[in-house]
Write a protein that binds this ligand. Sequence first.
Ligand code: FAD
Length: 430
Amino acid sequence: MQKFNYLIIGNSAGAVGCIEGLRTVDKNGTIAVVSEESHHVYSRALIPYYLDGKVNKENMHYRPQDFYQRAGVTLFSGQRASEVHFDTKEVVMAGGERLGYEKLLLATGGKPIVPPIPGLDKSNVFTFLSMDDVLKIEKSLAGAKDAVVLGGGVIGLMAAEVLKKKGLNVHVLELAPRVLAPVIDETASDIVESSFKEVGVEIATNNTIQEIHGQETVDKIVLKDGTVLSCDLLVVGVGVSPRVDLVANTAIKIERGIVVDQKMQTSVPDVYACGDCASIYDFITGENRPLPLWPNAYSGGRVAAFNMAGKSRYYTWGTGMNSMHFFDTNIINAGMNVSEENDQNLEIITKVEKEKRIYRKFVINEQGHIKGFALIGEVARAGILLNLIRSKVDVRPFKQKLLEEDFGYAHMHEELRWQLLKDDVVLGVI
Ligand SMILES: Cc1cc2nc3c(=O)[nH]c(=O)nc-3n(C[C@H](O)[C@H](O)[C@H](O)COP(=O)(O)OP(=O)(O)OC[C@H]3O[C@@H](n4cnc5c(N)ncnc54)[C@H](O)[C@@H]3O)c2cc1C
């Protein structure tokens, strides 16, 4: 049995963060990565751009082809880990091979949520999460006219946009009363919906699939409200849940994801987790929750690496910050910005110019700290806003300036400006 100092399950943002972190502090320790996907490591965020023809497979690579070789990593590509034995510190592969570890990182990512609707197993139904998904969708496009996207969340809308750009008639079905409901508020949803409707994407809210018709493939879909839609391909973009199958029913604590402390350590000694499979610390709420975003996965892997190598590091800056782009509309949001309207202790300031698709909203607590924001249209300098949240700055002296497009360090008094700029530099180094 081969034995490694560091064994990583999964080969994406979290794994790369861990490898690069490990090689910063341990040049010689043995590292292995087990990767179920056989593609070279790629950016999932570029999946829609691949389908749109904006990038090719090589441009999607997150690191060069010789990355593993140069980092001295043994890569078990196209192989799935199927069991972990914490007592003997072994991982069993689906093919039966056993790998030993001293420190283990679980970076198994997320899996698509597929609702239990009869017919979703037909051959023209796809999820929108992986390179293989997008290669299958690409093949199915020849001759296709009508696409249905189930789910008006971030992934569903990304799929809808690219399918529209490919010339298909697109219907989005969303069970909630509006798109992106868990991520942005009603005003912001309205603006996003208008940018889809303007180019002819149909959005049916408060609606979902009642029945699927067709033999091998989906041909027609009957909606809850009785509408019948023709369908050449159906994309299920309902969402992603932490992929925890490998450690389900083990001693690992799971609550909506693998629970980790701020060192990215799980409830089992010498086992760490990061990225979409984990429930990680959100510095805005002070609680653990899934934060399924690329930078969170990468930096979580990096923090785990330092701790795996015996150097203490804490993950303190993760939060739910989304940067989205649909047609001509740019959106950035972070922290609380959806369901806080009824909280008397929070002040909300906004600027709305719906016809120009401009929206700026800030949620501020009693101490003057920003707890969340949403920006549409005018999205520059969101990093500065995140820094204000992170540094718990009292923004009351300049809060109206937050609503201006050109808001920046120049609007703050000198001492605060230099303090924040210094923090920016320090935060770049972990
Ligand atoms: C279409 C799309 C667009 C996105 N856009 C953005 C964006 O713009 N910005 C952003 O921040 N985030 C975006 N994300 C989210 C981002 O891609 C994820 O947060 C990130 O990929 C998580 O990385 P990860 O390392 O946790 O795992 P993943 O990227 O999910 O990878 C996990 C890997 O582990 C493998 N694996 C799982 N179990 C096993 C096993 N037992 N054995 C071996 N291998 C296993 C999986 O096959 C997979 O390859 C997007 C995601 C999608 C799908």
